[in-house]
Design a protein. Structure first.
Length: 247
Protein backbone atom coordinates (compact mmCIF):
# COMPACT_ATOMS: atom_id res chain seq x y z
CA UNK A 1 0.00 0.00 0.00
CA UNK A 2 1.22 3.47 -0.93
CA UNK A 3 1.01 6.24 1.69
CA UNK A 4 1.42 9.67 0.12
CA UNK A 5 1.81 12.38 2.75
CA UNK A 6 1.56 16.15 2.29
CA UNK A 7 3.46 17.80 5.15
CA UNK A 8 5.82 20.67 5.85
CA UNK A 9 7.77 18.11 7.96
CA UNK A 10 8.45 15.22 5.55
CA UNK A 11 11.41 14.20 7.75
CA UNK A 12 8.92 13.13 10.46
CA UNK A 13 7.28 10.67 8.07
CA UNK A 14 10.64 9.51 6.71
CA UNK A 15 11.80 8.75 10.28
CA UNK A 16 8.55 6.91 11.06
CA UNK A 17 9.04 4.74 7.96
CA UNK A 18 12.51 3.72 9.15
CA UNK A 19 11.53 2.18 12.51
CA UNK A 20 10.15 -1.17 13.70
CA UNK A 21 7.43 -3.17 11.98
CA UNK A 22 6.72 -0.31 9.55
CA UNK A 23 10.35 -0.39 8.34
CA UNK A 24 10.19 -4.19 7.98
CA UNK A 25 7.03 -3.89 5.90
CA UNK A 26 8.65 -1.26 3.68
CA UNK A 27 11.57 -3.64 3.12
CA UNK A 28 9.14 -6.47 2.36
CA UNK A 29 7.39 -4.26 -0.23
CA UNK A 30 4.08 -4.26 1.68
CA UNK A 31 4.24 -0.51 2.39
CA UNK A 32 5.61 2.41 0.45
CA UNK A 33 5.92 6.04 1.64
CA UNK A 34 6.16 9.29 -0.26
CA UNK A 35 6.29 12.50 1.77
CA UNK A 36 6.25 15.82 -0.08
CA UNK A 37 6.36 19.32 1.35
CA UNK A 38 4.17 22.12 0.03
CA UNK A 39 7.23 24.33 0.58
CA UNK A 40 8.72 22.68 -2.50
CA UNK A 41 5.72 23.93 -4.50
CA UNK A 42 5.92 27.63 -3.64
CA UNK A 43 6.96 30.41 -5.99
CA UNK A 44 7.54 33.44 -3.76
CA UNK A 45 11.02 34.26 -2.46
CA UNK A 46 10.19 33.26 1.12
CA UNK A 47 8.68 29.89 0.09
CA UNK A 48 5.56 30.77 2.07
CA UNK A 49 3.12 27.99 2.91
CA UNK A 50 0.83 30.14 5.06
CA UNK A 51 -0.51 33.68 5.41
CA UNK A 52 -2.65 35.85 7.68
CA UNK A 53 -6.41 35.22 7.63
CA UNK A 54 -8.67 37.54 5.63
CA UNK A 55 -10.97 39.26 8.10
CA UNK A 56 -8.27 39.39 10.73
CA UNK A 57 -7.73 37.29 13.81
CA UNK A 58 -4.91 35.31 15.30
CA UNK A 59 -2.84 32.60 13.71
CA UNK A 60 -1.88 31.77 10.17
CA UNK A 61 -3.77 29.85 7.51
CA UNK A 62 -2.17 27.39 5.09
CA UNK A 63 -2.26 28.62 1.51
CA UNK A 64 -4.36 26.53 -0.87
CA UNK A 65 -2.09 26.68 -3.93
CA UNK A 66 1.03 24.93 -2.51
CA UNK A 67 -1.21 22.22 -1.00
CA UNK A 68 -3.04 21.73 -4.32
CA UNK A 69 0.24 21.50 -6.26
CA UNK A 70 1.63 18.96 -3.77
CA UNK A 71 -1.49 16.78 -4.06
CA UNK A 72 -1.22 16.94 -7.85
CA UNK A 73 2.45 15.91 -7.70
CA UNK A 74 1.39 12.88 -5.62
CA UNK A 75 -1.27 12.06 -8.23
CA UNK A 76 1.36 12.09 -10.98
CA UNK A 77 3.60 9.84 -8.89
CA UNK A 78 0.78 7.33 -8.33
CA UNK A 79 -0.01 7.36 -12.06
CA UNK A 80 3.67 6.78 -12.89
CA UNK A 81 3.59 3.73 -10.57
CA UNK A 82 0.53 2.42 -12.43
CA UNK A 83 -1.79 3.14 -9.48
CA UNK A 84 -5.12 4.95 -9.44
CA UNK A 85 -5.23 8.33 -7.73
CA UNK A 86 -5.05 7.89 -3.94
CA UNK A 87 -8.05 8.75 -1.76
CA UNK A 88 -7.35 12.20 -0.31
CA UNK A 89 -7.81 12.50 3.45
CA UNK A 90 -7.31 15.80 5.26
CA UNK A 91 -6.20 15.38 8.89
CA UNK A 92 -8.03 17.99 10.93
CA UNK A 93 -9.58 18.19 14.42
CA UNK A 94 -12.78 19.18 12.58
CA UNK A 95 -13.02 15.83 10.78
CA UNK A 96 -15.06 12.76 11.64
CA UNK A 97 -13.42 10.78 14.44
CA UNK A 98 -11.34 7.86 13.12
CA UNK A 99 -12.40 4.35 14.16
CA UNK A 100 -11.25 0.78 13.62
CA UNK A 101 -13.98 0.48 10.95
CA UNK A 102 -12.25 3.31 9.04
CA UNK A 103 -8.93 1.51 9.42
CA UNK A 104 -10.44 -1.64 7.86
CA UNK A 105 -12.05 0.35 5.03
CA UNK A 106 -8.88 2.27 4.19
CA UNK A 107 -6.69 -0.86 4.40
CA UNK A 108 -8.51 -2.20 1.32
CA UNK A 109 -7.24 0.69 -0.83
CA UNK A 110 -4.09 0.55 -2.98
CA UNK A 111 -3.05 4.02 -1.85
CA UNK A 112 -3.95 6.80 0.52
CA UNK A 113 -3.02 10.49 0.49
CA UNK A 114 -2.82 12.16 3.90
CA UNK A 115 -2.81 15.94 3.96
CA UNK A 116 -1.46 17.39 7.21
CA UNK A 117 -2.64 20.84 8.20
CA UNK A 118 -0.52 23.04 10.46
CA UNK A 119 -1.01 26.33 12.25
CA UNK A 120 -4.59 27.44 12.79
CA UNK A 121 -5.85 25.51 9.81
CA UNK A 122 -5.99 25.32 6.05
CA UNK A 123 -7.79 27.63 3.64
CA UNK A 124 -11.43 26.47 3.48
CA UNK A 125 -11.19 25.96 -0.30
CA UNK A 126 -8.83 23.01 0.26
CA UNK A 127 -11.85 21.09 1.55
CA UNK A 128 -13.17 20.90 -2.02
CA UNK A 129 -9.92 19.17 -3.09
CA UNK A 130 -10.12 16.29 -0.59
CA UNK A 131 -12.40 13.26 -0.34
CA UNK A 132 -12.64 13.09 3.46
CA UNK A 133 -11.69 14.89 6.66
CA UNK A 134 -10.56 12.77 9.60
CA UNK A 135 -9.70 13.60 13.22
CA UNK A 136 -8.12 11.14 15.67
CA UNK A 137 -10.03 12.41 18.71
CA UNK A 138 -11.46 15.34 20.60
CA UNK A 139 -8.25 17.16 21.43
CA UNK A 140 -6.02 19.54 19.49
CA UNK A 141 -2.57 18.82 18.06
CA UNK A 142 -0.25 21.40 16.51
CA UNK A 143 -0.60 19.69 13.18
CA UNK A 144 -1.87 16.61 11.37
CA UNK A 145 1.47 14.76 11.23
CA UNK A 146 1.11 12.75 14.45
CA UNK A 147 -2.50 12.01 13.53
CA UNK A 148 -1.36 10.82 10.07
CA UNK A 149 1.19 8.48 11.67
CA UNK A 150 -1.48 7.09 14.01
CA UNK A 151 -3.79 6.48 11.06
CA UNK A 152 -1.00 4.90 8.99
CA UNK A 153 -0.13 2.54 11.86
CA UNK A 154 -3.77 1.52 12.41
CA UNK A 155 -4.28 0.87 8.67
CA UNK A 156 -0.96 -0.76 7.82
CA UNK A 157 -1.08 -3.34 10.61
CA UNK A 158 -4.24 -4.76 8.99
CA UNK A 159 -2.48 -5.46 5.68
CA UNK A 160 -1.76 -9.10 4.82
CA UNK A 161 1.81 -9.96 5.76
CA UNK A 162 2.22 -7.05 8.17
CA UNK A 163 1.45 -8.90 11.40
CA UNK A 164 2.80 -12.31 12.33
CA UNK A 165 -0.41 -13.54 13.93
CA UNK A 166 -3.59 -12.92 11.94
CA UNK A 167 -5.77 -14.39 14.72
CA UNK A 168 -4.71 -11.67 17.14
CA UNK A 169 -6.29 -9.14 14.73
CA UNK A 170 -9.73 -10.71 15.33
CA UNK A 171 -9.28 -10.93 19.10
CA UNK A 172 -7.88 -7.49 19.81
CA UNK A 173 -9.74 -4.51 21.25
CA UNK A 174 -12.33 -2.91 18.94
CA UNK A 175 -12.26 -5.78 16.40
CA UNK A 176 -15.81 -6.75 17.40
CA UNK A 177 -16.79 -3.55 19.21
CA UNK A 178 -15.48 -4.95 22.51
CA UNK A 179 -12.39 -4.17 24.54
CA UNK A 180 -9.98 -7.06 24.80
CA UNK A 181 -9.88 -9.50 27.73
CA UNK A 182 -7.03 -9.27 30.32
CA UNK A 183 -3.69 -10.92 29.52
CA UNK A 184 -1.27 -12.62 31.90
CA UNK A 185 2.20 -14.15 31.54
CA UNK A 186 4.87 -15.28 34.01
CA UNK A 187 5.16 -15.23 36.99
CA UNK A 188 2.02 -16.91 38.37
CA UNK A 189 2.17 -14.61 41.37
CA UNK A 190 3.39 -11.02 41.00
CA UNK A 191 3.66 -8.83 44.11
CA UNK A 192 0.68 -10.45 45.74
CA UNK A 193 -1.45 -10.60 42.57
CA UNK A 194 -2.10 -14.10 41.23
CA UNK A 195 -2.97 -15.15 37.70
CA UNK A 196 -6.68 -16.20 37.65
CA UNK A 197 -6.82 -19.95 38.27
CA UNK A 198 -8.97 -20.66 35.21
CA UNK A 199 -6.08 -19.63 32.93
CA UNK A 200 -3.92 -22.35 34.48
CA UNK A 201 -6.63 -25.02 34.30
CA UNK A 202 -5.96 -26.25 30.78
CA UNK A 203 -9.73 -26.13 30.17
CA UNK A 204 -9.93 -24.27 26.84
CA UNK A 205 -13.71 -23.87 26.91
CA UNK A 206 -13.59 -22.44 30.43
CA UNK A 207 -10.79 -20.06 29.39
CA UNK A 208 -12.83 -18.86 26.39
CA UNK A 209 -15.92 -18.25 28.58
CA UNK A 210 -13.87 -16.39 31.17
CA UNK A 211 -12.26 -14.19 28.49
CA UNK A 212 -15.61 -13.36 26.90
CA UNK A 213 -17.05 -12.44 30.31
CA UNK A 214 -14.08 -10.24 31.16
CA UNK A 215 -14.27 -8.49 27.78
CA UNK A 216 -17.97 -7.75 28.34
CA UNK A 217 -17.43 -6.51 31.91
CA UNK A 218 -14.45 -4.39 30.94
CA UNK A 219 -16.27 -2.81 28.01
CA UNK A 220 -19.31 -2.03 30.20
CA UNK A 221 -17.11 -0.44 32.89
CA UNK A 222 -14.63 1.48 30.71
CA UNK A 223 -16.62 2.19 27.56
CA UNK A 224 -20.37 2.33 28.22
CA UNK A 225 -20.75 4.02 24.81
CA UNK A 226 -19.38 0.90 23.04
CA UNK A 227 -21.28 -1.44 25.36
CA UNK A 228 -24.59 0.23 24.42
CA UNK A 229 -23.93 -0.61 20.75
CA UNK A 230 -23.38 -4.35 21.34
CA UNK A 231 -25.89 -6.96 20.23
CA UNK A 232 -25.63 -9.35 23.19
CA UNK A 233 -26.62 -12.96 22.57
CA UNK A 234 -28.04 -15.39 25.15
CA UNK A 235 -24.56 -16.59 26.12
CA UNK A 236 -23.38 -13.02 26.74
CA UNK A 237 -26.43 -12.27 28.91
CA UNK A 238 -25.79 -15.47 30.87
CA UNK A 239 -22.14 -14.48 31.41
CA UNK A 240 -23.18 -11.05 32.69
CA UNK A 241 -25.81 -12.59 35.00
CA UNK A 242 -23.09 -14.91 36.31
CA UNK A 243 -20.93 -11.87 37.07
CA UNK A 244 -23.83 -10.26 39.01
CA UNK A 245 -24.11 -13.44 41.14
CA UNK A 246 -20.36 -13.47 41.81
CA UNK A 247 -20.37 -9.85 42.97
CL1 LIG B 1 -6.19 15.07 12.55
N1 LIG B 1 -5.19 17.29 13.57
C1 LIG B 1 -4.97 18.14 14.57
N2 LIG B 1 -4.27 19.25 14.33
N3 LIG B 1 -5.41 17.95 15.79
C2 LIG B 1 -6.08 16.82 16.01
C3 LIG B 1 -6.35 15.89 15.03
C4 LIG B 1 -5.88 16.15 13.78
N4 LIG B 1 -7.05 14.89 15.56
C5 LIG B 1 -7.22 15.20 16.84
N5 LIG B 1 -6.64 16.38 17.12
Amino acid sequence: MLFQVVTIFPELIDAFARVGLVAKSVEAGILRFEALSPRAFTSDKHNSVDDAPFGGGSGMVMLPEPLALTMEAHDRSAAAAGLSRSLRVLLTPQGRVFTQADARRLAALPGLMLICGRYEGVDERVHALVDEQISIGDFVLNGGEVAAMALIEAVSRLLPGMLGNAQSLDEESHAAGLLEYPHYTRPRSFRGHDVPAVLLSGNHAAVARWRRKQALLRTRAQRPDLFAQLALDATDRALLAEAEDEA
